[in-house]
Design a protein around this ligand. Structure first.
Ligand code: NAI
Ligand code: MG
Length: 495
């Protein structure tokens, strides 16, 4: 049974969805619109403005004026207060935002409440605190060029400027906040391009920023396709920094565009994160952990634990239990509070996931559970466990971004280190064991931006987050976020 839709959500969906530029909602200059779908039914939910080059020009100009005008005049304490107010508004509108996200993205309402709203509000408060704690260094110099002269130097972190943020559809509101809030804490202004599929909470967020008292033009939201609005933003000469989360393929396109203009950039990209289970684990508990690592948000998570390596003595037991869990999860719309598995984002993503499973089977993988679509309508894929895989298969090498895990046995630590690192990606990894010596041996040998022990997918605003290898460049969260949105100016004084 789905929960009743909040009337404010229904009213918002039925309203006109313009681009948010300089504090005003306006249609795309071309008049173009694009449809937004409900992944649980496949039906059109509403339409939004489809922005392109000329709209991006307007948004970047508005962000530039705000950066040099009202926003530059705000004291750090003012920025902190405004961001704290935004966090309060996120919570005050929490149920509305969560329902909107679930309708547009398909994810569980529990997840939308806890992460898209709850974790987003906590992240916002954490980053608000940084606004008043951005510090440079005082440096003692040894320059000997002019006898008798003395020098003193210090560094000043300055806001990098106008930020272009391009975010994906898997956690639309949270990803937008991960970019906008640290940028604002540092004194930057933003043009946000939400994913084609999930523009709605981004538009609500833009309005809530205004309601919080953040000046018009500080946060602009241009909805539209990646190929048009996204590409125009990435190539724009008026942008000082690009912050992107999405596929490695598009991340490279963004990086090339950025380098052409010498725009600063950070990329949070794909993953194929290993889950390593040592044989001292209780097989039941390990299976539950592995299930959570992959099936959370239907595997549409950049750090999804999609490669499972289990030490041979407990391989069969863990897999049997994992398959039983996967087969027992109830499938349904995100608005059904009982449903444990929800639709994927789109028909395109559903097809991509099913095609990759099909390729895996053609390559010799054995389906222990799932492997097929579910239901008459909506973009569901049953939780899937694949065995008899080997390191050369596409299902083992490439990001699937769906509820699909591939399982491989291993005998010793050296073998699992080699298997875990034999991938282009290096975003996350988890190690499951209480054998401290083995865990401490493994941690430094795993090439990943985050290594979890006896947990997976746990993120915190204080923990730098980002990838090794093809998983990206740069770090978000923690103090790293401040470095990502500031330039470091050195000042050298002779006296
Ligand atoms: P994508 O990387 O194409 O989309 C991410 C964002 O980039 C969206 O806002 C999109 O509009 C924008 N974009 C697309 N093309 C662009 C361009 N030429 N210039 C500027 N911006 C552009 O991801 P997509 O196509 O939605 O998903 C395909 C696959 O990518 C997924 O199956 C998954 O494997 C991976 N992916 C990974 C994510 C992650 O967080 N690791 C997030 C989303 C997708
Ligand atoms: Mg794409």
């Amino acid at each position: 049974m789905s929960i009743a839709i909040d009337p404010r959500v229904a009213a918002f969906i039925d309203s006109q969805h313009g681009l948010l530029i300089d504090g005003r909602s306006q249609p795309a200059l071309s008049g173009a619109q694009m449809p937004v779908f409900n992944p649980a039914t496949g039906e059109e939910l509403t339409r939004v403005a489809a922005g392109a080059d000329a709209d991006i020009d307007l948004a970047v100009a508005a962000a530039r004026r705000a950066f040099e005008g009202p926003w530059a005049a705000q004291r750090p304490a003012d920025r902190e207060r405004l961001l704290l107010k935004l966090a309060d508004l996120l919570e005050a509108h929490g149920e509305e935002l969560a329902q909107l996200e679930t309708l547009n993205n398909g994810q569980s309402i529990h997840l939308a409440r806890a992460l898209e709203v709850g974790a987003a509000a906590e992240f916002t408060r954490y980053m608000a605190g940084w606004a008043t704690k951005i510090e440079g260094k005082s440096l003692d110099l040894s320059i000997a060029a002019v006898p008798g002269a003395r020098y003193r130097a210090y560094t000043v972190p300055e806001p990098v400027g106008v930020v272009g943020a391009i975010v994906p559809w898997n956690f639309p509101l949270l990803m937008a906040i991960w970019k906008i809030v640290p940028a604002l804490a540092c004194g930057c202004t933003v043009v946000l391009k939400p994913a084609d599929e999930t523009p709605l909470t981004a538009l609500r967020l833009g309005q809530l920023c205004l309601d919080a008292g953040i000046a018009p033009g500080v946060v602009n939201v241009v909805t539209g396709s990646g190929a048009q609005a996204g590409a125009a933003l990435a190539a724009h000469k008026g942008i000082d920094k690009l912050a992107f989360t999405g596929s490695t393929q598009i991340g490279k396109v963004i990086g090339h565009a950025a380098v052409d203009n010498m725009t600063r950039f950070s990329l949070e990209l794909g993953g194929k994160s290993p889950v390593i289970v040592l044989d001292d684990c209780d097989p039941q508990a390990a299976a539950a952990g592995a299930a959570g690592a992959i099936f959370f948000n239907q595997g549409q998570v950049c750090t999804a634990g999609s490669r499972l390596y289990i030490q041979r003595a407990i391989f069969d037991q863990v897999l049997e239990r994992l398959s039983a869990i996967a087969g027992s999860l109830s499938i349904g719309p995100g608005l059904d509070e009982q449903a444990q598995v929800n639709p994927l984002i789109s028909a395109k993503q559903q097809k991509r996931v099913l095609d990759m499973i099909g390729q895996g089977v053609a390559d010799g993988a054995r389906v222990l559970c799932g492997g097929v679509a579910y239901g008459e309508q909506g973009f569901y894929v049953r939780p899937t466990v694949l065995a008899d895989v080997h390191a050369g298969m596409q299902v083992v090498r490439e990001e699937i971004f769906g509820p699909v895990v591939v399982a491989t046995p291993f005998d010793d630590i050296d073998e699992v280190v080699a298997l875990a690192n034999d991938n282009q990606y290096g975003l996350g990894a988890s190690i499951w064991s209480n054998d401290l010596a083995k865990v401490m041996d493994l941690i430094p040998r795993i090439k990943a931006g985050t290594v979890w022990v006896n947990t997976h997918n746990m993120l915190d605003p204080s923990m730098p987050f980002g990838g090794y290898k093809q998983s990206g460049i740069g770090r978000e969260m923690g103090h790293a976020a401040i470095e990502a949105y500031t330039e470091n100016k050195s000042v050298c004084i002779a006296f």
